[in-house]
Design a protein around this ligand. Structure first.
Ligand code: ADP
Ligand code: MG
Length: 266
């Protein structure tokens, strides 16, 4: 269930610096609800930093962000954030069920026992990501794709309205990627909003409705077909021409209309 008429995320004049070096500069955008949104940009362009600033994990140098029109602290339980895989301590001693159950603990009630309903929601979430046979296994003993699915299950168990995921498909096999995607599409059908940092430009057409393109600064945001222009790709990826050449073929394959004149003569 969403919040009528509000943006899922809005970010205004957001800047972030590490040791006074700016890595995000005056970023400003609003994202719709009920869509799958991709955030793309080259390595080091500030994508993870953007998510962490929105989630209040790192301080903003200036600007602010809102979730469903409100301060994040007012609706934290409605937001599930799945960080980049390598930032999670996979040696932490916990089973699949332990981690997924974390999605059911409410703030301030950490040591309360889970109800039977909670336990059922946890089991359902594990089933949805096809990990039931591994439910008692330590997370350290799972493959990359399975580990990623554990965190998706935790987010599902939480029952959030907004899912924010940082590179969920890294270190994941193709079957798992498709499996996760199916789950995300189903969530979208239920009106959930999914925001994904993604680096594989070849799949953006299949995956996303809406795109944020960035490189330290915001380059563009909007419905996928509107913002995937040659000009925006150049501004986002700069001199990475190999990549752009490859993409031109991809556009032709998909008969994707690019708005710039003369694009096909190059
Ligand atoms: P992306 O996710 O797009 O690859 P990041 O947001 O991780 O980019 O990083 C953006 C920039 O900030 C990079 O230049 C990176 O080296 C730098 N950076 C990220 N985290 C830190 C940190 N904790 N301390 C200092 N610099 C950082
Ligand atoms: Mg990153």
């Amino acid at each position: 269930m969403g919040f009528d008429g509000e943006n899922s995320i809005e970010v205004h004049n957001l800047s972030v610096a590490y040791n006074r070096v700016p890595v995000l500069w005056d970023v400003d955008f609003e994202l719709p609800q009920g869509q799958i949104v991709g955030i793309v940009g080259p390595n080091g362009s500030g994508k993870s930093t953007l998510l962490k600033a929105i989630m209040g994990i790192i301080p903003k140098s200036s600007g602010y962000s809102k979730i469903f029109g409100k301060d994040l602290n007012k609706l934290r339980e409605r937001v599930a954030y799945i960080p980049q895989r390598e930032s999670i301590d996979w040696n932490f001693p916990a089973t699949v069920t332990d981690v997924v159950a974390m999605g059911r603990y409410k703030k301030g009630k950490l040591f309360k026992r889970l109800s039977d309903i909670d336990k059922q929601l946890v089991a359902d979430a594990i089933e949805k990501v096809k990990l039931t046979e591994f439910k008692d296994r330590q997370i350290a003993q799972l493959s990359g794709g399975q580990q990623q699915r554990v965190f998706i299950a935790r987010a599902l168990a939480q029952g959030a309205d907004l899912y924010i995921m940082d590179e969920p498909f890294i270190g994941v096999d193709m079957t798992t990627e498709k499996n996760i995607l199916e789950i995300l599409f189903k969530m979208k059908e239920k009106g959930k909003t999914v925001v994904i940092v993604h680096h594989d430009l070849q799949t953006v057409f299949e995956y996303f409705d809406y795109l944020v393109m960035m490189n330290t600064r915001l380059v563009a945001h909007g419905p996928l077909k509107q913002v995937m222009t040659n000009e925006n790709l150049q501004a986002t990826y700069g001199g990475q021409l190999d990549l752009l050449t490859k993409l031109q073929y991809l556009f032709k394959d998909k008969q994707f209309p690019l708005r710039e004149k003369g694009y096909d003569d190059k």
